[in-house]
Design a protein around this ligand. Structure first.
Ligand SMILES: Nc1ncnc2c1ncn2[C@@H]1O[C@H](COP(=O)(O)OP(=O)(O)O)[C@@H](O)[C@H]1O
Ligand SMILES: [Mg+2]
Length: 345
């Protein structure tokens, strides 16, 4: 299990329950004969979790843990196994093998407990389009057992949080994507869950709404809610405290964004701004000793062990093809560079 410095200390059971900090004793938690999991440090623990559909292995022995109160990003292309993993964690789908617990509850033996304590926003927001905003909130509130004064108070909170004041009587179908998304988040948190599962909550939503949505996620995490979020957007991945990249059902990299970039990227990244980038890519791929050449918008990223030392060869090759270079710099790798490099390896 990964143990490392904790940016956001959970306000659940901790060493401080002993009335002292382990550091006061000059001890490690392990010296007390305790596992960190006994201390409530991890909200989700997954070990060797596997799901087979017939002969097909959709999730292939994944292992990860999510610290309490953190935003954990679960990344990967379509079909990688993200939704299947989430469905197993929610107790909706039985694992073929392996173990997982959420909030200390076992996914196979205690699925009802899990569902009572978590909020879930599925890939296609499950809102009733022909109900108003207020009616959707009432419906989900009652589903989660929130009633009376508490429901009224929670609805007020959610409406304010989502910026939906004055729109309670509007039909959900008439809301734009960003509003629907914030309403769907609102329905998922009416019962104040300790943990949220968000499956591609920002897919197809405009950038401004995406930013507003992430601000809400930060607020929730600051309030102590643990969040697992899947996304395709690498800029969103940078906002997570920890990440796991899943590809073909397997986790191929995990850690904080900074750790992943530091440890998983075996080469340097050279960014080239030049004419006719599509042609340039073909030219660059003929050069020996470069691991990866990929296009990011109109810019080319070249990845290799000593890419900086290959600059002369690169310039000559591009010049020979009459391609003009506007700029060429060694840059810090983005998560996307890391991801592509790992997938190809
Ligand atoms: N009920 C199912 N029966 C058979 N195959 C499935 C089922 N659910 C998902 N899959 C397959 O498992 C793989 C992973 O799917 P999924 O977890 O939805 O991926 P993601 O959410 O990362 O896009 C895909 O190839 C998908 O077609
Ligand atoms: Mg999915």
């Amino acid at each position: 299990m990964r143990k490392k410095e904790n940016r956001q200390v959970p306000n659940q059971t901790q060493t401080s329950d002993f009335g002292l900090q382990t550091s006061d004793l000059g001890l490690q938690t392990s010296d007390l004969g305790l596992q960190t999991s006994d201390l409530g440090l991890y909200t989700v623990e997954v070990a060797d979790l596997t799901k087979r559909f017939g002969d097909f292995i959709a999730v292939d022995g994944v292992t990860f843990s999510i610290r309490s109160g953190e935003i954990f990003g679960f990344l990967g292309p379509n079909g990688a196994g993200k939704t299947t993993t989430i469905r197993m964690l929610l107790g909706l789908l039985r694992p073929s093998s392996g173990r997982a617990s959420v909030l200390g509850f076992d996914v196979v033996r205690q699925p009802e407990e899990i569902r009572r304590h978590i909020g879930y926003m599925s890939q296609r927001f499950s809102l009733y389009q022909d109900l108003t905003v207020g009616e959707n909130l009432d419906f989900y509130g009652r589903t989660y057992g929130v009633r009376g004064a508490r429901l009224r108070q929670r609805k007020r909170f959610v409406v304010e949080m989502a910026g939906l004041e004055g729109r309670e009587r509007e039909l959900t179908r008439n809301l734009s994507g960003g509003w629907k998304q914030r309403l769907a988040l609102g329905t998922a948190i009416l019962h104040e869950p300790q943990m949220l599962f968000l499956d591609e909550p920002t897919a197809g939503v405009d950038p401004i709404s995406r930013r507003a949505f992430w601000d809400l996620l930060y607020q929730l995490a600051e309030g102590g809610t643990t969040i697992l979020v899947t996304t395709h957007y690498m800029d969103e991945a940078e906002h997570c405290q920890d990440l796991a990249f899943i590809h073909g059902g397997r986790i191929i990299a995990q850690g904080s964004p900074a750790e992943i970039k530091l440890h998983e990227m075996k080469g340097q990244v050279l960014e080239i701004d030049c004419d006719r980038p599509e042609t340039a890519i073909g030219v660059l791929r003929q050069i020996d000793g470069l691991d990866e050449v990929a296009l990011y918008g109109a810019l080319i990223h070249v990845v290799g062990k000593d890419v900086a030392k290959r600059c002369v060869a690169i310039e000559q090759a591009l010049a020979k093809a009459s391609i003009q270079i506007q700029a060429m710099d060694v840059i810090a790798p983005s998560l996307e560079d890391v991801f592509i490099a790992r997938v190809r390896r």
